[in-house]
Design a protein around this ligand. Sequence first.
Ligand code: NAP
Length: 252
Amino acid sequence: MASVLLEASSDALSYVENQEKAAKKIGLHYELISKVNANEEEVLQCIKELNEDSAIHGIIIQRPIPPRISFSMLANTLLPEKDVDCIHPYTAGRLFQSNPLFLPPTPASVMMILDVYQIPLEGKDVVMLGRSDVVGKPLSMMMLQKNATVQICHSHTDDLVFKCKAADILIVAVGKPHFVTPQMVHNNSIVIDVGINFWNGKLVGDADTESLISRVSAITPVPGGVGTLTTSILLQNTLKAYRFQAKHNDIV
Ligand code: NAP
């Protein structure tokens, strides 16, 4: 697996550090490629070379993506068979048509948590807070495919507190520490906190967990929740990509 780093921010560095540790633990070859000072053309060239490198089966372009580089250009340049983060329009389109090549790691992590804790989605009212291409949109689609009724909320949504409070399951991915407060939940709410924020030297989610924990039915922690599983799913996708590419090259 190759991880392309475009920004040396503390969050990007902590993501790649976790990936490297996890890959090492399971014996998966991991290459960190720093393109921190590279321009768009150089980054696209790097991706093209990784696409052609038969020793690399999965490529992740580490977020955040700096504004000098177009996310859409990067996504379109990736070979879909190596797109283990599920950002290429083809891989994303397959997901939306209920026929995924890979599951996007963070949304898949949320789905796995709900599944393992036997929290059914069928017929439930879900509020998805956040509509990004990597979390909110694909996750909403995956929950819809499990027969949940999904309301996608964003920065222009009216009556956000009311809508969140009415939900059976509240998923939060806004990137703002302590955004979800006790007034946005009820006794049976299930809160899944996708947020990862570095706040006052600490890693915190988007929910004010301390004040929510005694008020809700269940809540995921940060750290140790969605983000931890995300890395494992990324590695699982890489293994799947290897098997897929090996089969198509008649290796297995
Ligand atoms: P993003 O692209 O910045 O999107 C944030 C979303 O939140 C946008 O849809 C935005 O609405 C919405 N939002 C912002 N302020 C809001 C407000 N006041 N009220 C309602 N909605 C608001 O973020 P992202 O990439 O989805 O990431 C979200 C969080 O998840 C971040 O903390 C990130 O670090 C974390 N994350 C975690 C993982 C993991 O594995 N755990 C993976 C990826 C991201 P608009 O669309 O209207 O602007």
